[in-house]
Design a protein around this ligand. Structure first.
Ligand SMILES: *Cc1c(COP(=O)(O)O)cnc(C)c1O
Length: 275
């Protein structure tokens, strides 16, 4: 069914060059407007790809955003937020514990010594890429009497510096995961190459979807691969054309970040605005 998507969507550009044009959201109205804009673009991308907009979840990413503005986003309707760094999000968990229905997705690399925090406070973890972390998380989750939705992160850009499993290692990794019953595996996650060339970005998304389609045939019982978390502010429309079910969007909702992206993941030499 998706075979013609690439042709249909071939003209969609990245928006990395929009960086300076993402204004800082400072009121509830600003957040409503930005969320409306992103939802409209999601719907348009779905229409180009012949997909149901309800099949794509928007995960707003609030890293670097301070508590006061996160509360405005909450007022504008955000109930699920993505954060990259444990040190940062654990402060926010404490500060916003009063927002009982606000859930958090950890989308960045995890060190085993922080597994306890994720097991206690996170609703989802999208960056699983080692058995050590799987083991630590599972043990902490069992101690908490909880289960956690997880995504396996795959490095589709081939950049040695990026986190995630090599695509060729992913099948063997998935075969180990039934040993960790508190991890509910939902799918795969990736970061595309940060490039202004849409064809190179799209290639990363195509790779993840093809890998998922192939692994789904052989995945062990209980290992779900329905979800594809791919696409961010600069490239989420391309990701949707290629099958994303979760898009992680920060700057297009909250406004451009001052912190360089290289703080969260290493940038490519041609990354332009990333540095
Ligand atoms: C920050 C981040 C995003 C969102 O990036 P934006 O450019 O703000 O949309 C997506 N995924 C991960 C893993 C991130 O760290």
């Amino acid at each position: 069914m998706n075979d013609d998507i690439q042709g249909l969507g071939g003209g969609t550009q990245t928006q990395h060059d929009q960086h300076g044009l993402w204004p800082k959201a400072e009121t509830v109205e600003d957040f409503r407007r930005n969320l409306d804009t992103v939802h409209a673009r999601i719907a348009a991308a779905c229409q180009r790809a012949g997909r149901d907009p309800a099949s794509v979840r928007l995960l707003p990413v609030s890293k670097t955003v301070e508590e006061a503005r996160i509360r405005l986003a909450y007022e504008a309707g955000c109930r699920y937020l993505g954060e990259n760094k444990l040190q940062e999000v654990s402060r926010k968990w404490e500060a916003m514990a009063d927002l009982a229905d606000l859930k958090w997705s950890v989308i960045g690399h995890l060190q085993t010594n922080k597994a306890k925090l994720v097991a206690r406070y996170a609703a989802e973890f999208q960056a699983l890429d080692s058995l050590r972390v799987a083991e630590a998380l599972d043990r902490r989750l069992q101690a908490e009497g909880r289960a956690l939705d997880v995504f396996v992160q795959v490095n589709t850009s081939g950049e040695a510096s990026k986190y995630g499993l090599h695509p060729d290692e992913t099948a063997a990794f998935l075969r180990e995961l039934p040993a960790f019953p508190a991890l509910r595996v939902r799918g795969l996650m990736t970061l595309a190459v940060f490039s202004a060339e849409p064809a190179r970005v799209r290639q990363c998304f195509i790779l993840l979807r093809a890998l998922r389609d192939r692994l789904r045939q052989e995945a062990p019982d209980g290992i779900g691969l329905d979800e594809l978390s791919m696409g961010m502010s600069g490239d989420y429309e391309i990701a949707i054309e290629e099958g994303a079910t979760v898009v992680r969007v920060g700057q297009a909702i909250f406004g451009a970040r001052n912190t360089p992206d290289s703080f969260y993941w290493p940038a490519e030499p041609d990354a332009g605005t990333a540095a």
